[in-house]
Ligand binder design. Sequence first.
Ligand SMILES: Cc1cc2nc3c(=O)[nH]c(=O)nc-3n(C[C@H](O)[C@H](O)[C@H](O)COP(=O)(O)OP(=O)(O)OC[C@H]3O[C@@H](n4cnc5c(N)ncnc54)[C@H](O)[C@@H]3O)c2cc1C
Length: 352
Amino acid sequence: MIKTDILIIGAGPTGLFAVFEAGLLKLKCHLIDALPQAGGQCSEIYPKKPIYDIPGFPEVLAGELVDNLMEQIKPFQPGFTLGERAETIVKLEDDSFVVTTNKGTRHNAPIVAIAGGLGSFEPRKPLLENLAKFEDKGVAYIIKDPEVYRNKKVVIAGGGDSALDWSIFLADVASEVTLVHRRNEFRGALDSVEKVQHLKDAGKINLMTPAEIVGLNGKDHLESVVIRKTGDDSAINFEVDNFIPLFGLSPKLGPIGDWGLEIEKNAIKVDNTLDYQTNIPGIYAIGDVNTYPGKLKLILCGFHEATLMCQSAYQRIFPDKKYVMKYTTVGGVTGFDGSKKEAPKAVVKAIE
Ligand SMILES: Cc1cc2nc3c(=O)[nH]c(=O)nc-3n(C[C@H](O)[C@H](O)[C@H](O)COP(=O)(O)OP(=O)(O)OC[C@H]3O[C@@H](n4cnc5c(N)ncnc54)[C@H](O)[C@@H]3O)c2cc1C
């Protein structure tokens, strides 16, 4: 069982920043995320888009913001359970919680901070009769490790950034990449559409539009997909090793919705007059996942909520200790790895 002080569900920007604020209070964190990487919406939906309303950054790419947050929390050595969805929660006699994921990993902590954003992202799946039979046997909805596709014949379906970007990337990895989309126009960035066109002209990507996958065949593993050109009744059987439908991810509050928390419009109600605690003492909800009067779903609001949550969590864990807040410019930052960022003595003296 993984034990920690604050168990954070969701490794989006809010969850990541909570690790830093907890670290300043010498509290250890562990994060669970259903996605294979940290960063939440910033990494999964818009890593290359600039953000203009992060204080102190006139402009920062969403992916860069996540990289910076990961760098900032490194000294506090958080643990990660990635690619697993928090499924159930049980309260123990000592008032701590055990959270178990869909893969059976168990986590124990006195504090649970739900930073689940819009919920766990579920892949949108094509409507194909025997799809489930081939899941993890040639069919995947998220590319976790591109090396899996080295020297393989791959068919990708979709018309957004994900389908375009992975087609471009896998063109150098797979033995053959075929991109199938039901329209002639793509929804992704113009630059990526142009790159796919160049790779097609260079014979490195097969482009099939407008077309769609209408069937899957194979014994124990996927062996071929059936592709039908739109407006054409005839279909071709196309031999492949892997089929990757990238139709986007739809967010759902998911199993957290059944944890006995007060929910309003698919978000968790919290006490915003104090500490972002839910109706269950010891369980907090921060960032996009919560709701209260005047709530704004913005990254900077998540950072603020994470900060207040950590102060309250400290008081819950150490009811008898008095915490005196110090600016990092005065107290410095001491990581759990022994690393130190100390304020110059003269500055400390001047402020104190
Ligand atoms: C296109 C776009 C542009 C945006 N631009 C801006 C902007 O310019 N400025 C701004 O401030 N905001 C912007 N936002 C909003 C911003 O991205 C969100 O406010 C922010 O991502 C919220 O962070 P979060 O950590 O609370 O949640 P999220 O980023 O949604 O992360 C939540 C994480 O929790 C995980 N999760 C949920 N449930 C579970 C579970 N049961 N088990 C395990 N993991 C779970 C999810 O997989 C996800 O990774 C934009 C959003 C989009 C989509």
